[in-house]
Design a protein around this ligand. Structure first.
Ligand code: NAP
Length: 518
């Protein structure tokens, strides 16, 4: 913190993005930073999602920071508890915990132009930062429908991302709404112990066989002794997954082999043709996230499970009524209804150069330059921002690309004596025009399904439309020409810090503020 109490960097969120950024700052020798985390532990989505069966659908050897391999994953696809333990271990090992304020939520952040810093209101102390990095996660705000009568319900009701572990559901009558990636994991995990499970499915997912298996202790030990072997496995997994990109982004018919795989899986596991019909999607595979499971179809066919496809019309004190008017008594209602990532509350809390919030500027359609910076919001970097999400590969790869980019931005500010960087509106517009043009050819936009990739204006604000190595290349260097760089103002010059050349050197470099460094 400098003499005016301004930190060099404040990071919001301690999931993969925020922790990765914090670790990089330490590696770059920047020690004056604070990580704010609203949860009472690090881990982000892997802390918040503790529902039974929670597992990542990216293989373990790939789903970790490139600089912090873990040789002893227990399963080929990592379970939630192991990922959480990995992230806790990274936070400890790289000495990030000392910088982290847990149970501390960002309530508002305002850019103060003459001081060239962000002022932050939090549930703890107020803070100020030269640079603000927000890493709130994409799937961090659970969403559930406002069902008629829900407020009268006398049983327990909760979302999968806020699982109520006080109720182990043994022998209970449960209604679970949703059949996306979360439901496909949670349903087989709770089915054996519930008394009755009414599964409300609106749209069936495409489900392919899961290749998960325990990793033999000898192999774990070998990875520990010969890390190159695990790196080779990691590279092979990465490359194989990239092969899906042309099918997802341009030529959906190239996904036909996947569709055949899913159809065979359904035929093999569900003998009843009528049930098979109800479980067969009517949209192209890949349009929604492809789901991996060997136990979803068996669970649905268990004697204590009923598949309901007519929707929910009402919730009563002790029951749920379907679209055909049939009433079922229930004790617990579980929402596996996902998230609304295009409406993240943090956008309402960031107020930029012109006094407007990011949510007001976006007006329902999030956009950024390289998914990371937004015009009108100097010194703000978003990790896992708009159009960075993937349908096929590890998001950690994308986050590390963004972290490289932010680090290079900070280095550039220091080298050029800049106290302020802001992406030019023209660069942001051109970038987003390109992204939207490319998405128009994708299976997400044309596959005949609705999904959380679309915002309230019907625009795909979520997906990255190309190979991940293209994104890595485009974020390798901070591309200065796309930005307005400004030296310290007189007021801020006294305390400038991120630009290591800041302080008095920065003040000497130029008065006159915006626009005179580049
Ligand atoms: P989701 O994919 O958005 O699924 C939500 C489900 O709720 C859908 O089946 C949806 O039906 C249903 N739904 C929503 N509103 C409804 C209503 N009013 N009535 C009936 N059904 C309703 O959410 P999610 O399953 O939580 O998954 C979200 C994302 O998290 C995934 O796409 C994935 O990226 C990630 N995830 C990953 C893993 C993994 O790594 N294995 C696991 C879990 C989640 P419609 O399809 O008809 O809208």
């Amino acid at each position: 913190m400098n003499d005016s109490g301004v930190h060099e960097v404040v990071i919001v969120g301690a999931g993969f993005g925020g922790l990765g950024m914090a670790i990089r700052l330490k590696q770059e020798g920047i020690d004056d930073f604070v990580v704010l985390e609203r949860g009472d532990d690090v881990g982000g989505t892997w802390w918040a999602n503790s529902y039974p069966g929670c597992q990542c659908d990216i293989p373990s050897n790939l789903y970790s920071f490139s600089f912090a391999p873990k040789h002893d994953w227990e399963t080929a696809y990592p379970m939630r508890d192991q990922i959480l333990e990995y992230l806790r271990d990274c936070a400890r090992r790289f000495d990030v915990l000392r910088h982290t304020r847990l149970s501390c939520e960002l309530l508002g952040a305002t850019w103060v132009a003459d001081q060239q810093h962000w002022e932050l209101e939090t549930t703890g102390e107020p803070l100020a930062a030269r640079v603000l990095v927000v890493a709130p996660g994409l799937l961090s705000e659970p969403w559930s429908p406002e069902l008629p009568g829900l407020d009268r319900f006398e049983g327990k009701a909760f979302h999968t991302a806020r699982w109520d572990h006080g109720d182990d559901l043994t022998g209970k009558r449960v209604a679970l709404i949703g059949s996306g990636a979360t439901a496909v994991q949670a349903v087989p995990a709770i089915q054996p112990r519930v008394g009755k499970l009414h599964l409300f499915q609106r749209t069936p997912p495409w489900v392919i066989p899961h290749m998960d298996h325990p990793v033999r202790p000898q192999l774990r030990e070998l990875y520990g002794r010969v890390p190159e072997l695990q790196r080779l496995s990691r590279a092979a997994i990465y490359a194989l997954r990239e092969l899906m990109v042309p099918g997802l982004t341009r030529h959906p018919r190239w996904l036909k082999a996947q569709e055949l795989n899913a159809r065979l899986n359904l035929r093999r596991q569900v003998p009843d043709p009528e049930l098979r019909r109800r479980l067969t999607p009517d949209y192209e595979i890949g349009c929604k996230r492809i789901v991996l499971s060997n136990d979803w179809y068996p669970a649905i066919q268990a004697p204590n499970v009923e598949l309901v496809s007519s929707g929910v019309s009402e919730v009563r004190e002790r029951s749920i009524v379907d679209g055909d008017g049939i009433e079922r008594e229930i004790d617990t209602l579980v929402f596996a209804t996902g998230f609304k990532p295009a409406e993240l509350p943090i956008a309402e809390r960031l107020r930029g150069r012109e006094g407007r919030t990011l949510a007001e500027v976006w007006d329902g359609s999030p956009e950024a330059y390289l998914g990371t910076t937004a015009s009108g919001f100097p010194n703000l970097f978003m990790l896992y921002g708009p159009n960075v999400n993937l349908g096929h590969n590890s998001i950690v790869y994308m986050l590390e690309s963004q972290i490289n980019y932010v680090s290079d931005a900070l280095r550039t500010m220091r080298d050029r004596g800049a106290a302020e960087v802001e992406v030019r509106a023209a660069a942001q517009d051109a970038y987003n025009f390109e992204i939207q043009e490319r998405l128009a050819q994708s299976v997400w936009n044309n596959g005949g399904c609705g999904s959380w990739y679309f915002d309230s204006n019907g625009r795909n604000s979520i997906q990255w439309p190309g190979f991940t190595f293209e994104y890595r290349r485009r974020t390798r260097r901070f591309d200065t020409p796309a930005y307005r760089l400004a030296p310290p103002t007189r007021a801020a010059g006294q305390s400038s810090s991120v630009g290591g050349g800041g302080g008095s050197a920065g003040a000497a470099a130029g008065v006159g503020g915006a626009g005179s460094v580049t």
